[in-house]
Write a protein of this length. Structure first.
Length: 136
């Protein structure tokens, strides 16, 4: 253990060779290159100072414009929902409440035509007579 030291001068290196081709990774790298402003046609052209900065700035501006538009649309949707809710409360709710109250009341049946004196009428009101009878 003469040569052992816990403080390494360099990290362990591995000889890694990929075993398969990853098309998703290549597509991802191509998209990143396009966002940075690098394209296959530009590979043969010489670098212009600031070309990557301009491309990134334009991409950022376009992305921000899209998010601002989404924010505006969200505000309009919320405002529209609030207006519809207020219209419902103002116009339809009183009518619905009145309809529910009418449904809760018992049904009033029309009185039948005049009947003979001794005939039974099932819809006639019941008359309660007090009992005055006393036992002695």
């Amino acid at each position: 253990m003469l040569g052992f030291t816990p403080f390494k001068k360099h990290a362990n290196k591995f000889n890694y060779i990929p075993r398969y081709y990853d098309p998703e990774k290549e597509a991802r790298e191509q998209r990143r290159a396009e966002l940075r402003g690098e394209r296959a046609e530009d590979a043969q052209h010489e670098y212009r100072p600031g070309q990557y900065i301009r491309t990134q700035r334009e991409a950022r501006a376009a992305r921000r414009a899209g998010t601002e538009e989404q924010g505006r649309m969200r505000v309009f949707k919320i405002a529209g929902a609030a207006v519809l809710m207020m219209l419902f409360i103002y116009l339809l709710y009183p009518r619905l409440a009145n309809w529910v109250l009418q449904m809760r009341q018992p049904v009033q049946r029309p009185a039948p035509a005049a009947q003979a004196e001794g005939e039974f009428n099932p819809y006639a009101p019941i008359v309660v007579v007090p009992n005055d009878y006393q036992e002695e």
